[in-house]
Design a binder for this molecule. Structure first.
Ligand code: SF4
Ligand code: SF4
Length: 452
């Protein structure tokens, strides 16, 4: 079937479809120019063993056209991810721009995002990204020794210098950059240090901290810990969301919560309104019933992943057999996003909440977290509790008072940054030898009360 045959004529009616959705497109499939030890995306090459993972012009055209005609909103996001999207070369993205210009309705505003490891970024790339107003996500896991723990080349060398070079190129060209830091076993105890490195040494103002949770079974855990390869020269095992074990590289549940609290306590004293941390923004939004991060939304199923060959999966974390919705060269993506399979996938997130989650007092902010991480038993022995539950509970409980203050300020048309005055008043009533407000167990003067 040709692209033209997959036309808007077979689309479901508007009442049956979402007005907008977010596709994560992987034009180079799982291909990457580095070999991060914790990256389960790399194993997805096993799904397409014929190799040559590269989106064709026909698939690109089908994608852009279907995405634009699917949206009933004026704002459309085109999200490029991988693998590593720079492997496609600049001409691919120039062609994507031509197709956007061709298929965009006059009222549509298109924002392109681009998640990269930064290794290949040079003058030409950065000039292109700036000129076309891309929002770039750059993966950095912290200062050198923390970043280099798992983000390595194929020969096992750290990539810190290469990534920093990419960062400076992006900054020189004034490209909008959001740092994506993967929180893992190596950096989980260093939240504040990492945050200050991004803020003070890099001058970053947008950042997000994503938990690394690599699942494994008793049969795969040894290979998983060794980097998902049975032998150094062998192909990686295909990663699937199975098993209730996690690799040595995975973040601990409580440690993830503590990591976020460590950063929050720094941020809420001096950076509100100047530095934007995704997890804090989405928690504040949740106070108004808006859920802008799928992991903490009541339902999901609006973020499908598009493989290089046009295969559409329910989510980037479920690119595996059993979760493929179809191929955009054979069926319009809107029909797949609105399909009963996709809606069931999204609604099951709420339907499968444990009794512990349903009774939880931070459930309106947490909503049980991402289904991929729900592989433990609840306190009542019910399956499906989130591996990160303990950390989520500690984080959402800890930040709630300050979030209430910010929400209240917003409701009174005041800037939420005034929460820093509330925090300063609380600090004024604290002795330097009091326990720190972050609950680390250290004295305030040696923890978040220390100015540096
Ligand atoms: S499965 Fe997780 S990552 Fe995927 S859409 Fe749902 S909440 Fe988001
Ligand atoms: S904190 Fe734990 S119990 Fe509460 S909603 Fe989140 S995952 Fe469920």
């Amino acid at each position: 079937m040709t692209t033209s045959e997959v036309s808007g004529l077979d689309l479901p009616r508007p009442g049956e479809t979402p007005p907008s959705f977010h596709v994560v497109a992987k034009p180079s499939g799982a291909a990457c120019n580095i070999d991060c030890t914790y990256c389960f995306f790399l194993s997805k090459e096993a799904l397409y063993p014929d190799g040559g993972q590269r989106m064709s012009d026909a698939t690109l055209e089908a994608y852009i056209r279907q995405l634009l005609e699917s949206h009933r909103t004026d704002d459309v996001t085109i999200a490029w991810q991988g693998g590593e999207p720079t492997l496609m070369g600049l001409d691919f993205f120039r062609r994507a721009n031509e197709l956007v210009a061709e298929y965009r309705r006059p009222n549509q505003r298109v924002q392109q995002t681009f998640q990269t490891n930064g290794i290949a970024l040079d003058d030409a790339w950065c000039a292109f990204l700036k000129e076309n107003r891309f929002l770039v996500g750059l993966s950095i896991d912290g200062p050198r020794e923390l970043h280099d723990a798992y983000r390595v080349t194929r020969s096992g060398k750290g990539t810190f210098d290469l990534v920093l070079s990419g960062w400076h190129q992006l900054r020189d060209h004034q490209v909008d950059v959001n740092i994506l830091c993967a929180v893992n076993a190596a950096n989980q105890l260093h939240g504040r240090r990492i945050y200050r490195f991004f803020r003070d040494e890099l001058g970053a103002t947008w950042m997000q901290f994503i938990p690394i949770v690599e699942r494994a079974t008793p049969a795969t855990i040894a290979v998983a810990n060794a980097g998902w390869r049975p032998r150094p020269d062998a192909a990686r095992l295909l990663y699937t969301q199975t098993g209730d074990l996690v690799t040595d590289r995975s973040v601990g549940s409580r440690q993830y919560g503590r990591f976020l609290i460590d950063i929050f306590e720094d941020w809420v004293r001096r950076d509100v309104g100047k530095v934007f941390v995704q997890q804090f923004d989405v928690t504040l939004e949740a106070h108004f019933g808006r859920h802008v991060l799928c992991a903490h939304a009541p339902t999901c199923g609006f973020c499908p992943a598009l493989e290089y060959n046009g295969d559409l999966y329910v989510c980037d974390h479920y690119v595996e057999p059993g979760f493929r919705l179809g191929n955009i060269r054979e069926r319009h993506m809107l029909g797949m996003v609105a399909s009963p399979e996709m809606r069931k996938f999204g609604d099951d997130k709420r339907g499968a909440l444990t009794k512990q989650c349903r009774a939880c007092n931070v459930r309106p902010f947490c909503n049980g977290g991402c289904p991929k991480d729900r592989f433990l038993e609840s306190r009542d022995g019910e399956p499906g509790q989130n591996y990160l539950c303990e950390g989520f509970y500690e984080f959402f409980s800890h930040v709630r008072p300050a979030m209430h203050v910010m929400a209240s300020l917003l409701q009174h048309n005041q800037p939420p940054a005034r929460v820093m005055e509330w925090m300063a008043a609380a600090d004024a009533g604290r002795s330097r030898n009091d326990p720190c407000s972050c609950n680390s167990g250290r004295k305030f003067k040696k923890c978040h009360g220390r100015v540096q």
